[in-house]
Design a binder for this molecule. Structure first.
Ligand code: SAH
Length: 280
C-alpha cells in the first residue's frame, strides 16, 4: 500500500498513525485527552466517557504509546508464520491498547484474547492475523492487492474493523449488541472514515445494501454458515468464519466461483457464539 493511498483513506487522526507517540496522542486527544488536536473531537458524551477512561489509563506510562511495542508484536506474528506485509503493516499501525479496557492495556500486545464487556472477547492477534491473511488468498483480493468491499460480522470493540479499514476499500461491520456497537462507534470516531459503516443489526442476515462483498469475515462462530453470507459474497470473493464442528470450532474458508462455492476446513479455533436477534 502506498503512502499516498493510506493518506487518502485516513485523512485525519488514525489515518496518520505511523505508530509514533506524537500521532497516537492525536487519538488520545480524540478520546478526550488533553494532548490531541481540536479538529478530531468526537461528540461530547463520548469524549467525556473517554476522558474518564483516560484518567484511569496509564498506557503512556507503560510505554504502550510507543511503536516499539507494536513492532514486537508484529515480529512475533512474523515468526509465527504471518507473511502478508499489508496485514503486518496494519497490525503495526493500529493501537490495540486503545480498544481494550484500560485495566487490561498492559496485556494488549500479548497474544491473548481479552474481554471487551458484555460477555464478548477481542480475539488474540495471531488468530485475527491468520483470518486476514486467509482473506487475502481470495481471488479478488489476490488480484486487487486489497480486500475490496468487506463485511465483518461482530464489530465488538472495533479493533478488527480498524485493521480492515487499512486493508479494504470499504468496510461494513455489523454488531447485534447495542452497547458494543455504540462503544465501537466511539472508539472508531477518530478514523472519520466515510468508507466504514457500523451497523446495529443481526449479522446473520449479512447487510444486503452493501453487497456484494469481496471479503466476509466473522468474529463469532455458528453451527453453519448463514445462507445470506454466501448470497452476498461476490464471485471471486472469499469468506472466512469459525464454524461449529463437534464440540469445538474450526476455521472455514469459502470461495465463490462463477458456478459454485468451494469450502476448505482449516485449524481449530475458539470464538464466541454467533447468536441471532438483537440485544440492548
Ligand atoms: N472483531 C471484534 C471481536 C468481537 S467478538 C473485535 O475486534 O473486537 C464477536 C462479536 O460478535 C461480539 O461482539 C458479538 O456480540 C458479535 N455477534 C455475535 N453474533 C452476532 C450476530 N448474529 N450479528 C452481529 N454480531 C454478532
Amino acid at each position: 500500500m502506498t503512502a499516498e493511498r493510506t493518506a487518502r483513506r485516513f485523512p485525519l487522526a488514525l489515518g496518520r498513525l505511523r505508530g509514533t507517540a506524537k500521532d497516537e496522542s492525536a487519538v488520545a486527544g480524540a478520546r478526550g485527552g488533553a494532548a490531541g488536536p481540536a479538529m478530531i473531537r468526537p461528540q461530547r458524551h463520548v469524549a467525556t466517557a473517554h476522558a474518564d477512561a483516560a484518567r484511569r489509563a496509564t498506557a503512556v506510562g507503560f510505554g504502550l504509546d510507543s511503536a516499539d511495542v507494536r513492532a514486537r508484536m508484529v515480529a512475533r506474528l512474523r515468526s509465527e508464520g504471518v507473511a502478508n506485509e499489508t496485514v503486518l503493516a496494519a497490525f503495526a499501525a493500529v493501537p490495540r491498547h486503545l480498544f481494550v479496557d484500560p485495566a487490561l492495556a498492559t496485556q494488549a500486545y500479548e497474544d491473548t484474547s481479552l474481554p471487551i464487556g458484555h460477555g464478548q472477547t477481542i480475539s488474540k492477534p495471531s488468530v485475527v492475523a491468520r483470518m486476514l491473511e486467509l482473506l487475502f488468498g481470495g481471488a479478488r483480493a489476490g488480484a486487487g492487492g486489497d480486500l475490496g468491499a468487506v463485511l465483518e460480522i461482530g464489530t465488538g470493540c472495533g479493533y478488527q474493523a480498524a485493521l480492515l479499514c487499512r486493508l479494504g476499500r470499504r468496510v461494513v461491520s455489523v454488531e447485534r449488541l447495542k452497547a458494543l456497537h455504540d462503544k465501537a462507534r466511539g472508539l472508531l470516531a477518530p478514523l472519520r472514515d466515510s468508507r466504514l459503516r457500523l451497523v446495529f443489526d443481526d449479522g446473520m442476515r449479512g447487510h444486503p445494501p452493501g453487497a456484494p462483498y469481496d471479503s466476509i469475515v466473522a468474529a463469532a462462530g455458528g453451527g453453519d454458515i448463514p445462507p445470506a453470507w454466501l448470497e452476498q459474497l461476490a464471485v471471486g470473493g472469499r469468506l472466512v468464519a469459525p464454524v461449529q464442528r463437534g464440540r469445538g470450532q474450526v476455521l472455514v474458508v469459502v470461495d465463490r466461483h462463477a458456478d459454485r462455492y468451494t469450502h476448505a476446513v482449516h485449524e481449530s479455533v475458539k470464538f464466541v457464539p454467533l447468536k441471532s436477534g438483537l440485544a440492548g
